[in-house]
Design a protein around this ligand. Sequence first.
Ligand code: SAH
Ligand code: SF4
Length: 425
Amino acid sequence: MNVYDSHLVSQFLLASGYVPAADVRSADVVLINTCAVRAKAEQKAFSHLGRLLQWKRRKPDLIVGLMGCVAQQEGSDLLLRFPGLDLVLGPRDLTGIPRHLQALEEGCIGIVATNLDVKPPASLNTPGYFNGRVTSTLSIMEGCNNFCSYCVVPLVRGREASRPPEEIVEEARHLLSDGVKEITLLGQNVNSYSHGEGGEYRFPDLLRSLSPLRGLLRLRFTTSHPKDLSGDLMDCFVDLPNLCPHIHLPFQAGSNRILQRMNRGYTREQYAGKVMRLRELQPKISITSDVMVGFPGETAADFDLTLELIKEIEFDNLYSFKYSDRKGTRAATMEGKVDEKEKSLRLAVLQRMQMEISLARNKRLEGTRMKVLVEGASRKGGQLTGRTDTYKVVNFNADSELTGRVVEVFIERSSANSLWGTCIK
Ligand code: SAH
Ligand code: SF4
């Protein structure tokens, strides 16, 4: 989501005559995009900002801006806390950026733009901007109305607002004309997308409008909320040939008591039931998820229920986090805070369990042939890399001219996170 926002801003700046700098030291304007979801991400943003402001002492004309959710959350306090910071820009108010930069260049001191009550910005669809990219994201909505008790997103990204389908289709066409082959639709709660007076145009309708676009080899979406996973959406995995058989479906906890305290709106039984139905309809579907340990009030017995659910579902992959208090959320004021050491212990146990599951699931793929969309050179080993439609990373030796094509790879080796093989077609 943040990467998508950074690309939007970069297009707005290009259109206003700015050009990308070779590196931070030669830049006249530096904007840091931030995430406030977990404490760790926020701390990272602040230490980066601190280093940048130190550099600014040697280059006083440098314009420094902080954008994104941390900017929204802290607002004008940031200007006091970080002398030298010029711009605080919330995640909804992106279109005004060239105007703010101009004002700063003309001598204005300290701008705070954190209006949340604006419609999601449309991309400028700058021709050629995505040339050379095989995959891309496309944000279809902003904000969230769910108010999970631990989550800062509704506070810093505002209420849910869906973009009009025509605008989304046009942006998808633009990405495809730049050569993109795979589009991932983004939203904090992507499957609650709706449009029209009574919201009658739903997420499955959008998928059906996008799927036939010429050149779209693969369509994905993230993140889905289990409570909004309808039968109609499940049917799309059967009906739409280029919709990838993978869903990222965060479950967060395996204890119904904790799920209720989290305000998630489903039980573990409902979650498991939906996964079962998905697997019946589309047996090859891969399921990934987010889970948290150490939510306030989580007992050892609650944690065991989380482990049991992980064992029962056998996720393909899990993103796991230690709960951290976020300012302004309900959970931050809840009793029963779990000790940091205990959280780390629980996380380690959970990650070990998932590692074994991921290993076993990937091992089963050895000796099979898998279709891979080639994304380019892998980070190490001089091989090519790409993903299966089920979102598994595959590395293999082949000609780099295959980038952007779907090839068949014979899988020879696996780890918990990747597969290795030989390209056969
Ligand atoms: N909209 C998505 C993702 C939200 S943030 C969803 O509903 O699932 C991504 C993940 O960060 C969440 O799924 C959750 O597991 C984690 N997260 C959110 N708030 C957190 C907090 N306060 N502490 C730790 N992890 C958190
Ligand atoms: Fe946060 Fe819950 Fe909304 Fe996801 S659905 S963004 S976790 S409030």
